[in-house]
Design a protein around this ligand. Structure first.
Ligand code: UDP
Length: 140
């Protein structure tokens, strides 16, 4: 399988509970390597741009409010099949449906406050990484 890169975000519900280390441990234990990382606080425009694909969904306004409610940790993860591997470690969007041992099963509060974001395809990963990081910030 090819070495890939994917974008990961530790969301405000997780930074508020001071569990970023526990989440990073799960990612690293699955074989994913953190090759870029920064803490940020998104503006409304940042969150709206990042989640533009969801702009017509009923949860869009609440999602933007949540993602701007506190600090986030943005990461580029690298590894074999990193996009699918990260999605597997994250678990289902709704923690009620997430498999045992996944980040969302262990840490998510609900379907919105679900602790992590991960790109859902290699193509989207490329776009999301370019949106969030400069080339100089990525140290593979
Ligand atoms: N979300 C929500 N309500 C929903 C579906 C999604 O609040 O009914 C939020 C949730 O934070 C989710 C994000 O919107 O992680 C993006 O949704 P998506 O369907 O892309 O899920 P993901 O790829 O994050 O699992």
């Amino acid at each position: 399988m090819a070495i890939e890169r994917t974008l990961s975000i530790i969301k405000p519900d997780a930074t508020a509970r001071n569990i970023t280390g526990k989440i990073i441990d799960k990612l690293e234990s699955a074989g994913l390597r953190v090759i870029a990382q920064k803490r940020a606080r998104w503006s409304k425009a940042d969150a709206e741009a990042f989640y533009a694909v969801h702009k017509d969904r009923p949860f869009f306004g609440d999602l933007v409010a949540f993602m701007t409610s506190g600090p986030i940790v943005l990461q580029v993860l690298e590894g074999e099949g990193a996009v699918a591997k990260n999605r597997e470690v994250m678990g289902a969007t709704n923690p009620a449906d997430a498999a045992d041992g996944t980040i969302r099963k262990e840490f998510a509060e609900n379907i919105e406050r679900n602790s992590v974001h991960g790109s859902d395809s290699a193509e989207n990963a490329r776009g999301e990484i370019a949106q969030c990081f400069s080339e100089e910030e990525i140290v593979g």
